[in-house]
Write a protein that binds this ligand. Structure first.
Ligand SMILES: NC(=O)c1ccc[n+]([C@@H]2O[C@H](COP(=O)([O-])OP(=O)(O)OC[C@H]3O[C@@H](n4cnc5c(N)ncnc54)[C@H](OP(=O)(O)O)[C@@H]3O)[C@@H](O)[C@H]2O)c1
Length: 266
């Protein structure tokens, strides 16, 4: 998936936010796609990264990528739809790496099939809300008390352009991601006085391994043609926005949702 030499090359070109060096970050969904790029760029900025996902093999591969490029990484497998698992992940991270100052709550994705709402099953609805909104709630619930107690931290959550306009994504997914935006705004306002910032990203179509596999080239071209910057996103586009929101360079920004979307915002 990643070549060692290519990885080192990419590391050397990473923008540096000096205040990030030495911090501890947890990236849920860090074993693949956008989360994996985020882990790599955080590690390249000297962050100690706890990489989460459910599949141990995928996590192990990412840990190896980061360590072989000189970064510090820990694998923390957990299904983030389950609070007890998230709590175990947090405790393990704190024991091994120290207090967590950055959380990228990126675990999520599609569960429902696209199609009319009336044909969406109750199971699809519930699992999609669980996989995207509840997962974010549980992550924030677990990590916020420590951040509040220590008086600082930055959390980045994950919505989607499907919350901004009709993209054709399944309605349960769009609705769950819209919930993430409101969750972010409300929590940001609640915890700002404790020095904790919470912001959200709303990417449009990003070419990860999964989209490359399932989206025909013609569909990719059609979507790109409707984007003002005329290309699909890369995982690194989203990771770079995350670095900014994680760092002190965004110290007066909280409660916002940033469209990482090549200008496709309506
Ligand atoms: N790609 C896009 O075009 C796009 C656009 C807008 C928003 N997003 C959002 O960005 C996030 C990342 O998407 P992606 O495209 O990078 O996805 P991806 O390539 O499918 O990767 C998803 C990652 O999340 C992990 N994951 C999923 N559910 C989990 C759970 N319950 N607990 C722990 N880990 C979990 C997966 O690992 P395991 O399979 O091992 O669990 C994997 O590491 C998602 O929230 C997605 O909705 C993506």
């Amino acid at each position: 998936m990643f070549s060692g030499a290519g990885e080192r090359e990419r590391y050397s070109k990473t923008p540096t936010y000096p205040d990030l060096a030495g911090k501890v970050a947890v990236v849920t969904g860090g074993s693949g796609g956008i989360g994996a790029a985020t882990c790599r760029l955080l590690a390249a900025n000297g962050v100690k990264v706890a990489i989460n996902g459910r599949d141990e093999a995928k996590i192990g591969a990412m840990v190896d990528v980061i360590r072989s490029a000189g970064g510090e990484a820990l694998g923390v497998a957990a299904d983030c739809t389950d609070l007890a698992s998230v709590e175990r992940m947090r405790k393990h991270t704190e024991e091994e790496l120290g207090p967590v100052e950055v959380v990228a709550a990126f675990a999520g994705g599609g569960r429902a099939r696209p199609g009319p709402l009336a044909q969406t099953t109750e199971k699809e609805w519930r699992s999609t809300v669980d996989a995207n909104l509840t997962v974010t709630f549980l992550t924030l619930k677990s990590f916020l008390p420590g951040m509040i107690e220590r008086g600082g931290g930055s959390i980045v959550t994950m919505a989607s352009s499907a919350t901004r306009f009709s993209t054709g994504a399944p309605t349960p997914y769009a609705a769950a991601k819209a919930g993430v935006i409101v969750l972010t705004r409300e929590v940001a306002s609640e915890v700002g006085a404790h020095g904790v910032r919470v912001n959200c990203l709303a990417p449009h179509t990003v070419l990860v391994e999964r989209t490359r596999r399932f989206m025909p080239d013609e569909q990719q071209r059609r979507i790109a043609a409707e984007i003002p910057l005329r290309r699909l996103g890369t995982p690194e586009d989203v990771a770079l926005a995350t670095l900014f929101l994680a760092s002190e360079s965004s110290s007066w920004i909280t409660g916002v949702t940033l469209d990482v979307a090549g200008g496709k915002v309506t």
